[in-house]
Design a protein around this ligand. Structure first.
Ligand code: CMP
Length: 142
């Protein structure tokens, strides 16, 4: 089925100047970028996004990292987009990520792991709404 997922290119990957390289992987996999914006997250904005992780031991560090520089946020649309995007990203820990995945190629460690992707269609809807108004999403008509 056609799905949408939220993708974030994190501050480490933006700093490495690989936004385009990562976008190419999305496009080559058949995922369409139907909304995008660069944003330097404030602490409040990062905390709100990661609210589900609030009780995790890595929460404070994660929020600090996500505010170190701009992130590139996009909505991807395509067949089976949530799982397809997660396959492209690879495992959370780049040391465990399969060769050829975004995290294997661009991530530094389990925290500075280059990209975020929604883990379910339900969470994707919540995450997309966190960053984009409906009118900012531009589905393809051709
Ligand atoms: P992300 O997919 O954005 O969701 C939560 C983030 O927390 C994760 O990617 C990592 O960047 C970060 N993180 C840091 N430490 C851990 C950990 N031990 N387990 C899972 N995620 C972690």
């Amino acid at each position: 089925a056609t799905e949408r997922t939220l993708s974030i290119i994190k501050p480490d990957a933006v700093a490495k100047n690989v936004i385009g390289a990562i976008y190419s992987r999305f496009e080559q996999a058949g995922l369409k970028i139907i909304a995008a914006r660069m944003e330097h997250l404030t602490r409040e904005r990062a905390e709100g996004f990661y609210a589900v992780h609030r009780e995790r031991p890595f929460f404070k560090d994660l929020v600090a990292f996500m505010t170190t520089g701009p992130v590139m946020i996009q909505v991807l649309e395509g067949d089976n987009a949530v799982a397809r995007h997660r396959e492209l990203m690879g495992a959370t820990d780049p040391a465990k990520a399969a060769p050829g995945t975004i995290r294997a190629d661009f991530a530094s460690n389990i925290e500075e792991n280059a990209v975020h992707g929604s883990d379910s269609v339900e969470n994707a809807a919540t995450e997309i709404a966190y960053f984009f108004e409906p009118g900012q999403i531009c589905p393809r008509t051709r």
